[in-house]
Write a protein that binds this ligand. Structure first.
Ligand SMILES: Cc1ncc(COP(=O)(O)O)c(C=O)c1O
Length: 415
């Protein structure tokens, strides 16, 4: 049994990683959470390490004045895979939070409107604005004065616990349809944008019905609202597709990326958008280390590896296996009330005998797994009732079986 105690005496030298394994003070764990969902290539992918080592020997930083053309010319292939209308890249952020702020600011500046529509249960970051527009009270509780007045949150497409008490598909997708009413009666009638995660990550691995996004697109068009797809978690292979937006036929006007873009955890974020949304003056949104040379090198190398190692196909194929194995657990453990996901992005919903959310049991599963050498995470920062299973994209078939065995052992122990 492992201790996984983050003791005060822990030093940098005590932490290391190899492939999909994380080591702390000599104890090894399979990291089925990919760090903070930001290690698609695991901890030490050779090509990433070599490229970054070469880069740091040359220079790790240059001002964005010099890197702008490198960014604009260096990610054409990525833009080729984005929805047709999206053909520009903006890379001056290091985090998903500020990339989302960039996207919202682009929408506001270009439209002259200020309202932001988002979903209950969403998570778009932890800057003042993104905390305010995200759909969880617990993150805002300590900062009530930061609440953004023009934020409007609407029910999520969470079929397992439908806000309207309906069942899909007879529900008529009220979660989308009723947004018109929210705009009509609850907004100031000046909604600039709607921001949505194609699969809601932190909220509980919520996968919307496929038609959902067609309705969302229609509503956005009718109200002249810019649709932002927050692909900070779902982007760049996590779902087995370069962009989950394409898989769901979402047709966003902006896509935001972070987490996985750095390959092995190098901080880098990007905004992909329509050319009409290229509205910033250089002083309106940029950060000291945004798109520094290490970040650009990491992002370019990651995208090269993704293609060379055929990782999208690997994730689609093995993601089905992971999903089947996890779904099978539902038959054996009554407290697993739903299993949902795609690619290498899965969630197990944990409920009590009456069918209510069971965050305590969820935590117990995560903690027991950790003791058994398997790193998992729970939704809503531990307040939620979904166990998230998201191994690095390089995870092999054999390692999937290893994860399942460790998870089963842990589930047996918590019964
Ligand atoms: C969907 C989504 N958007 C945005 C963010 C914020 O990203 P960052 O933590 O890099 O600021 C997160 C972080 O978990 C996220 O899951």
């Amino acid at each position: 049994m492992r201790t996984f105690a983050i003791k005060n005496e822990i030093k940098l030298a005590h932490l290391s990683g190899n492939g999909i394994r994380f080591e702390i003070d000599g104890e090894s764990y399979i990291d089925a959470a990919s760090g903070t969902f930001n290690l698609p290539l695991g901890y030490n992918h050779t090509e990433m390490v070599d490229a970054l080592t070469d880069q740091i020997k040359k220079a790790s930083h240059a001002s964005s004045t010099y890197t702008k053309p490198i960014v604009e010319n260096g990610f054409c292939k990525l833009l080729d895979e984005a929805p047709e209308n999206i053909n520009k890249i903006f890379m001056r952020d290091l985090t998903g939070s500020s990339a989302n702020e960039a996207a919202i600011k682009m929408a506001m500046k270009s439209s002259g409107k200020t309202g932001v529509l988002s979903l209950m249960l969403s998570h778009h970051g932890q800057t003042a604005l993104t905390t305010s527009i995200s759909g969880n009270a617990f993150r805002r509780e300590s900062f009530p004065s930061l609440n953004y007045q023009e934020s409007l949150k609407v029910p999520a497409p969470y079929c397992h616990r439908c806000f309207y008490g309906k069942t899909y598909p007879d529900c008529g997708l009220l979660c989308a349809e009723r947004i018109n009413d929210f705009i009509e009666y609850s907004s100031s009638n000046q909604v600039a944008c709607m921001i949505i995660e194609p699969v809601m990550g932190n909220g509980g691995n919520i996968v919307p019905p496929k038609e959902y996004f067609q309705l969302i697109r229609k509503i956005c068009d009718e109200h002249d609202i810019i649709l932002i797809s927050d692909e900070v978690q779902t982007g760049l292979g996590r779902t087995g597709h370069m962009f989950a937006s394409n898989h769901f036929d979402m047709k966003p006007n902006i896509i935001t990326l972070a987490k996985g873009l750095g390959g092995i955890g190098i901080p880098v974020a990007a905004v992909l958008m329509e050319s009409r949304l290229e509205v910033f003056e250089s002083y309106e949104h940029s950060f000291t280390s945004g798109a520094n040379l290490l970040a650009i090198s990491a992002a370019q190398t990651y995208l090269d590896v993704l293609e060379k190692e055929n990782i999208l196909e690997h994730v689609r194929e093995n993601g089905n296996l992971l999903g089947e194995e996890l779904t099978e657990l539902m038959n054996q453990y009554p407290f697993i009330s739903d299993v949902r996901g795609l690619g290498y992005m899965w969630g197990l919903e944990i409920s009590d005998r009456e069918g209510h959310e069971d965050p305590k049991m969820t935590q117990k599963i995560v903690e027991t797994s950790l003791k058994n050498g398997l790193i998992l995470r729970s939704s809503r920062y531990g307040f939620g009732n979904v166990v998230k299973v998201r191994p690095p994209l390089i995870t092999s078939k054999a390692e999937i079986y290893e994860i399942i065995e460790m998870l089963k052992k842990s589930l047996d122990e918590v019964i």
